[in-house]
Design a binder for this molecule. Structure first.
Ligand code: C2E
Ligand code: CA
Ligand code: CA
Length: 406
């Protein structure tokens, strides 16, 4: 399910944001500006509680229960606030890790008890230390960044700001380009090119990745047709596309996959799904069933970043897998550390015994390439051969690719 990102609210200096006694149904995170908080007593006197600035959360008790607002919050200057509705908060809490959910609920209830016992009103010295408040603001500031990125990413999909770059996958024996990995980029209208290392985790957290993955699969399939036409290599190359556990959790994942493959008219055997070990471990039975269907439809399955996830290798027998991609960290350390070299050797031997092909990632040095060939690794991907490229540059690279022309 795709979450609607929080909405942004603007207030001018002097505007009331929250009124004591009102029924609240949302909290706010201050993106910019300052607000002041006052509590009105029964005798009509007002007590100044404090000022809050960028990164602070206000009105958060409305997320905990349905009691009336206990303070009035006014904009001291022009403010931009991110609204978090109770409904959204509860939805996110429901889908949270059970430990996080339980602890959050306990803390929320205690927090509410503390407030209703009027500790803060009667004794301003009781409360969190200055360091704790400061630390809280730092964490909240990070949250603001994440929420902002999430909101902008939603627009990125709608505004056509996503792009795919393609990194060649090389046959180590012939040095021919045999496949391509599609890697997402975000061309932000102000910030320019944003790395997937920044936006993919946020897209996964918010669920927006599902929409992005669908876009990426369709775009990659269409690009494959264009690349084939430009290089004259019909039905020879394969395209590897990254998927997240959110994608697999969708009821219509397989339907969407089949529809895009058939609509773009690519051959299923030319498409490879890249997934991580952790995806397999979240719901092993579901993942197994889905992957069996994927393979039955003729597509290939690769395990990405192999070796970094779960130490148990026994699961490899359990899942239908065509390809292992050895993580770059092992390749990087392979020439200097024997443990890494031994690991690479074992992964290649293990994969081969199970009838899988092996791709080594992150090859930057010719010595690494030579060593991997010696170890009987099938394919390689890395800056030594080519960086991920936009489609136009890739056409050019492939047309001029000498090893293939030989
Ligand atoms: P990944 O799937 O492991 O992709 C390989 C990453 O290694 C890419 O980073 C690539 O540029 C980089 N790389 C390739 N060769 C070398 C090398 O020789 N040296 C070094 N240092 N790096 C190399 P990139 O494009 O920044 O992607 C980062 C990660 O973001 C990907 O890691 C993948 O986990 C994720 N990602 C990218 N595109 C997508 C997507 O469409 N969907 C999903 N779910 N995740 C994606
Ligand atoms: Ca990958
Ligand atoms: Ca990888």
């Amino acid at each position: 399910m795709i979450e609607k990102p929080q909405s942004q609210k603007k207030f001018s200096s002097g505007d009331p944001i929250i009124r004591q006694g009102d029924q609240g149904d949302c909290a706010y995170i201050i993106e910019s500006g300052k607000v002041s908080i006052h509590i009105r007593h029964n005798d009509g006197t007002q007590i100044y509680v404090g000022t809050r600035g960028s990164g602070a959360v206000i009105g958060e008790m409305a997320l905990v229960d349905k009691s009336p607002r206990t303070a009035t919050v006014t904009a001291d200057e022009d403010c931009v606030l991110l609204e978090i509705s109770r409904e959204e908060y509860e939805r996110r809490l429901q889908s949270a890790d059970p430990i996080i959910k339980t602890i959050t609920q306990v803390i929320s209830t205690r927090y509410r008890d503390l407030i209703t016992r009027s500790h803060i009103q009667s004794n301003p010295n009781i409360g969190p230390t200055a360091e704790a408040v400061e630390q809280g603001y730092i964490e909240q500031n990070n949250i603001v960044e994440v929420i902002k990125t999430e909101r902008e990413f939603k627009n990125a999909i709608e505004n056509d700001e996503l792009r795919l770059y393609y990194q060649p996958i090389i046959d180590l024996k012939t040095k021919a380009i045999v496949g391509l990995e599609a890697l997402m980029r975000w061309i932000h209208p102000e910030k320019g090119l944003i790395s997937p290392a920044v936006f993919i985790p946020i897209a996964e957290e918010s669920g927006l990745i599902v929409q992005a993955s669908k876009w990426a699969l369709r775009e990659a399939c269409q690009a494959l047709k264009r690349i084939e036409a430009a290089t004259g290599r019909e039905e020879e190359l394969y395209m590897s596309v990254n998927f997240s556990s959110n994608d697999f959790a969708e009821d219509d994942f397989l339907d969407t996959l089949y529809t895009i493959i058939s609509e773009t008219d690519v051959s299923p055997k030319q498409i490879q799904l890249e997934i991580t070990e952790s995806l397999l471990m979240i719901q092993p039975e579901n993942a197994k069933r889905t992957l069996e269907m994927v393979q039955k439809a003729g597509l290939k399955v690769a395990i990405d970043d192999f070796g970094t996830g779960y130490s148990s290798l026994s699961y490899l027998h359990y899942f239908p897998i065509n390809t292992l991609k050895i993580d770059q960290c092992f390749v990087r350390g392979m020439m200097s550390q024997t443990t890494n070299l031994e690991l690479v050797k074992s992964i290649i031997a293990l994969g081969k015994n199970l009838g899988m092909s092996i791709i080594a990632e992150g090859i930057e040095e010719p010595e690494q390439s030579d060593k991997l060939l010696e170890l009987d690794c099938d394919m390689a991907q890395g800056f030594l051969f080519a960086r991920p490229l936009p489609e136009k540059d890739l056409h050019e690279l492939m047309i001029n690719w000498m090893p293939h022309k030989d």
